[in-house]
Design a protein around this ligand. Structure first.
Ligand code: MEV
Length: 337
């Protein structure tokens, strides 16, 4: 039995645009998914996900969707969660060169599901790491990232960039532009997260941006503008990593986050609750605030060293939970061998 964990993430800049080859800068945060894997004597997969924000569930299957029993959880959630784990198991089997190895998998997570802070990527990364190690195969974090990307890509029907999975596997701040993935030096950024208790459908939201971008040149220009502001943000981040995170640099990073949120709204991926939380964060004194991840509901991220943003968010009816999140410098790691 092996347990591995992997962190969630927030996007400082660049979600959605990264799907079209623009750069993005996600940052891992100290909220982790922990996955325990135990090899079975048969080819079946049993998933126990008693702790996935909503009602937990246990499912056993033989790799065929029709074989899955009815469980006491929303069918869409069960289908999505089992698909991610199923794809992670397929990648594990390819990595260990044994197409019939079965596993008992237990998922525990303190990352809300589908809320834009990387729950699916963290589960897939931790699952591949734990399952391969449970049969004696150790993969480098870069290899886990690549296999996790393939799993997420398949689970999201091709609507995925490498950003979420690479960030979760490597930890810290990273930069992703197409197939080019690298880690970045970053100062300790004072992230505050607001969560509306809901979730967005990543695949549907990515598809809606794709459709808008194909029909309107303004949407294609908006995607390019996000890429341009991300490049500016990266330079600021590098300067802050070298010379310190001054208030002026925080203001300039925050300004870019505010613009990014406006551009994502123009692409149709914000939501009333996300806008309300972004404004609450700004009213509370945040240097800047934006939605994070696919949008549609879920989380916003703000920068603030004081407790003003957290207080303002917690007084906002649309915000179910407000919390501070440290940059997670460690990516995927073994919790118990
Ligand atoms: C979702 O967390 C981030 C998106 O950019 C999709 C992706 O990069 O795979 C919306």
């Amino acid at each position: 039995m092996t347990t591995s964990s992997a962190p969630g993430k927030v996007y400082l800049f660049g979600e959605h645009a990264v799907v079209y080859g623009e750069p993005a800068v996600p940052c891992a945060v100290e909220r982790r998914a922990r996955v325990t894997a135990e090899p079975r004597d048969d080819d079946r997969v049993r998933v126990d996900a008693g702790d996935l924000t909503l009602d937990g569930f246990t499912v056993t299957w033989g790799g065929d969707v029709d074989e899955r029993p009815d469980v006491d959880a929303p069918p869409k959630l069960v289908a999505a969660a089992t698909r991610y784990v199923d794809e992670a198991v397929q990648q594990t089997r390819a990595a260990i060169d044994d197409e019939t190895q079965g596993f008992d998998i237990t998922v525990e997570s303190d990352i809300p599901l589908g809320a834009g802070i990387g729950s699916s990527a963290a589960v897939v990364v931790a699952a591949i790491d734990a399952a391969t190690r449970s049969v004696g195969v150790e993969l480098a974090p870069e290899t886990v990232a690549e296999r996790a990307f393939q799993a997420e890509y398949a689970a999201q029907d091709g609507q995925a960039s490498r950003a979420d999975t690479f960030c979760s596997a490597m930890g810290g701040a990273v930069r992703v532009e197409g197939d080019d993935t690298r880690t970045l030096d970053a100062p300790p950024l004072p992230f505050v997260i607001g969560y509306d208790g809901g979730a967005g459908e990543t695949g549907e939201l990515v598809a809606s941006v794709r459709d808008l971008r194909e029909r309107h040149s303004f949407a294609a220009d908006t995607v390019e503008a996000i890429g341009e502001l991300t490049r500016t943000g990266e330079e600021l981040l590098a300067a802050a990593a070298d010379g310190g995170l001054s208030t002026d640099r925080l203001d300039r990073l925050g300004e870019l986050m505010d613009v990014d949120h406006g551009l994502l709204s123009a692409l149709g991926v914000s939501a009333r609750s996300l806008d309300a939380m972004v404004w609450a964060a700004r009213d509370g004194g945040a240097h800047g605030a934006k939605l994070t991840g696919a949008g549609g509901g879920g989380c916003v991220v703000a920068l603030d060293r004081t407790d003003g943003t957290e207080r303002s968010l917690s007084l906002t009816p649309e915000c179910e939970q407000a919390f501070r999140a440290e940059l997670a410098t460690e990516g995927v790691r073994v919790e118990s061998p």
